[in-house]
Write a protein that binds this ligand. Structure first.
Ligand code: NAG
Ligand code: NAG
Ligand code: NAG
Ligand code: NAG
Ligand code: NAG
Ligand code: NAG
Ligand code: NAG
Ligand code: NAG
Ligand code: NAG
Ligand code: NAG
Ligand code: CU
Length: 562
């Protein structure tokens, strides 16, 4: 195509184009990047137990996708395992390409054993670190990997160019099969078993029963490294710290932030961040530690995972410099990190915060119990938004909307709680919820404000909420009950951080804004897999706008069927 066009062009024009491409390297066409992902079982005897687990291409963490902004990424996924699989490209906006977003029964039916599906999406208007993961049952525990999006060719980072880049994927490991863990919990109605270890690039910490080798981050004195950190854990929010070194945060969820220096990074499951690390300490070895954060009276995996930062030239048998670690309930350390995040908001990367609101939504997040005859204690834990525990359909919501299939979902998702109570104070005595496959429909390009209100029902807890299809701006955050009169006066509408996953603080609230300029069905859910399983999820339906450029593409021919 390009060659044919060029043949028809004036030679003089071609010469100008060629020269322009020399002076402006960004003139070079964007690329199509092809990947082959085989979903296969891998056997291990090394990772804490002997078990067989699901991977992509036999790798844990899975392969990294490298692309530039404006590139098209094509991933041919073939399922060779006895489970249904889908893959989600976490944080990729999927403009008009919702068929490739990946959450099972939301945008597609599963890729069944023996089947293939080609994911095909273009990366528009984002650069940084994101990640991909399975989006069905609990398979993402071991089916995940990083996505590195470089800026367009010839466009520099808005911070000093690092000498090298390193990917650090944090995970959570069960000695037994994760599908058995979630199935057991679903049968019993109670909470699932907590994990047995945390991992850094696939290496578990020094944990009983695990062979400890540990990941080593090799550095050279005087050099600066860009660390691309992903929290791929299922249920645990994590602190990340390197002994003796400060970190300069430059990006969160593939959006640039105003750089700031800090010693402890805090990431909820689903979140990513890029930091600069300068090897400016005496040659030696330094401990890298990841530890969980939990400020609620809830059972969790409290184990630390460690790795080593090692300078080139470190003598053998050197001692590793240790570091203090934050207390598991160090809420103030989480706020120190979160409150420092600001969009870079420059001419090139403006923060386009919606200033007027067409949909003013207030979602109360509760965890309660419903009666259950077949459950161990006669009750089942259920989580809800505005008292609706989301019921997954058995066909894809996006298809149901596209083909107008009746009976799959209703459009009456409540924009506010049906019952007002003291969300973070005195709790209702009735802990039951309603259920349904209820969606919330908006017109193309509507502006939405969503206040996510945590509650103390059963126990107050932090919930990292993830929105598909968009980034949003975190315009406000606070403790206690949101005050619709006073709190909006303090909103940051100038340079709020732009991200795709937001930790709603324990017994507090977070306010986000976004413009629904991407047609499709977009999932909103807690990124603690345990809570998603309990029904803490819903979806938006966003209508097409005018003309093909504002409309969802037609479904691909190989879209899996239910
Ligand atoms: C993994 O182990 C199972 C049973 O333990 C065996 O049937 C299978 O062939 C093994 N797979 C590989 C790839 O080694
Ligand atoms: C990917 O999508 C583009 C645009 O929708 C289409 O032209 C192209 O053929 C697709 N590629 C594959 C491999 O399906
Ligand atoms: C969950 O933990 C209990 C108690 O330790 C154990 O008996 C059970 O086998 C575990 N379940 C799975 C699926 O590992
Ligand atoms: C970690 O949790 C276990 C129970 O899962 C508990 O026995 C242990 O005391 C805890 N350790 C710390 C340091 O809190
Ligand atoms: C954290 O936990 C410790 C030990 O349980 C307790 O003494 C301390 O008050 C807690 N701190 C906060 C901020 O809740
Ligand atoms: C939720 O719905 C259930 C069932 O209708 C009801 O009993 C309960 O009071 C409601 N709770 C809240 C907090 O709205
Ligand atoms: C939804 O609620 C109804 C009425 O309480 C109940 O019978 C049904 O089992 C619930 N469905 C699910 C999937 O929880
Ligand atoms: C969406 O709305 C904003 C604000 O009114 C406007 O600036 C923008 O052009 C609209 N975008 C589209 C694609 O219509
Ligand atoms: C759609 O977008 C393409 C490429 O940006 C542009 O050339 C075309 O004019 C647009 N069409 C309409 C109807 O806006
Ligand atoms: C896999 O997906 C198909 C299509 O939705 C469904 O019929 C089947 O029950 C699923 N299998 C499992 C094991 O969940
Ligand atoms: Cu949650």
């Amino acid at each position: 195509m390009v060659v044919m066009m060029m043949k028809k062009m004036e030679p003089r024009l071609l010469a100008i184009m060629f020269m322009a491409s020399l002076f402006f390297p960004s003139f070079v066409h964007s690329l199509v990047r092809h990947y082959k992902f085989s979903v296969v079982l891998k056997n291990t005897t090394k990772l804490c137990s002997t078990k067989s687990f699901v991977t992509v291409n036999g790798q844990f963490p899975g392969p990294t996708i490298h692309a530039r902004e404006d590139d098209t990424v094509i991933v041919r996924v073939t399922n060779h395992v006895p489970y249904n699989v889908t893959l989600h490209w976490h944080g990729i906006k999927q403009f008009r390409s919702g068929w490739y977003d990946g959450p099972a029964y939301v945008t597609q039916c599963p890729i069944q054993p023996g089947q293939s599906y080609i994911y095909n999406f273009t990366i528009t208007d984002q650069r940084g670190t994101l990640w991909w993961h399975a989006h069905i049952t609990w398979l993402r525990a071991t089916v995940h990997g990083a996505i590195v999006i470089l800026p367009k060719r010839g466009i520099p980072y808005p911070f000093p160019k690092p000498d090298d880049e390193k990917i650090i994927v944090l995970g959570e490991w069960w000695k037994s099969d994760v599908e058995a863990v979630v199935d057991e919990a679903t049968k019993s109605g109670g909470p699932p078993n907590i994990s047995d270890a945390h991992t850094i690039n696939g290496h578990p910490g020094p944990v009983a029963g695990c062979i400890f080798q540990g990941y080593t981050l090799h550095v050279e004195s005087g050099k600066t490294y860009l660390l691309r950190i992903v929290n791929a854990a299922l249920n645990d929010e994590l602190f990340f710290k390197i002994a003796g070194h400060k970190l300069t945060v430059v990006e969160a969820d593939a959006s640039y932030v105003k750089p700031f220096e800090i010693d402890t990074i805090f990431l909820s499951p689903g979140q990513t961040t890029n930091v600069l690390l300068t090897a400016n300490q005496p040659v030696g070895k330094y401990l890298i530690a990841i530890t969980p954060f939990m400020d609620a009276p809830i059972g969790f995996d409290n184990l630390t995972a460690t790795a080593t930062l090692r300078y080139k030239g470190t003598p053998p048998y050197s001692k590793t410099m240790l570091s203090t670690i934050p207390a598991v309930n160090a809420t103030e350390v989480t706020f120190r990190f979160i409150d420092s995040l600001r969009s870079i908001n420059t001419n090139i990367y403006p923060a386009r915060v919606p200033l007027t609101i067409e949909h003013d939504l207030f979602f109360a997040i509760t965890v309660g119990v419903n009666p259950c005859d077949t459950c161990l204690q006669g009750i089942r834990i259920a989580s809800a938004i505005n008292n609706i525990t989301f019921v997954m359909p058995t066909t894809s919501l996006l298809e149901a909307n596209y083909y107008n299939i009746p009976g799959v979902f209703t459009e009456d998702f409540p924009p506010r709680p049906p019952m007002v109570f003291d969300y973070t104070g005195v709790q209702p005595t009735n802990l039951q919820s309603n259920n349904g496959t209820k969606l919330y429909r908006v017109k193309f390009n509507s502006s939405i404000q969503l206040v996510l209100q945590g509650t103390a029902m059963i126990a107050p807890e932090n919930h990292p909420f993830h929105l598909h299809g968009y980034n949003f701006f975190v315009v406000g955050q606070g403790l206690g009950n949101f005050d619709p009169e006073k709190d909006p006066l303090t909103f940051n509408l100038v340079d709020p951080v732009e991200r795709n996953t937001i930790g709603v603080p324990n017994a507090g609230w977070a306010a986000i804004r976004f413009r629904a300029d991407n047609p499709g069905v977009w999932f909103l859910h807690c990124h603690l897999e345990v809570h998603t399983t309990w029904g803490l999820k819903m979806a938006f339906v966003v209508d097409n706008g005018e003309g093909p450029n504002e409309s969802l593409l037609p479904p691909p021919p190989d879209l899996p069927k239910c």
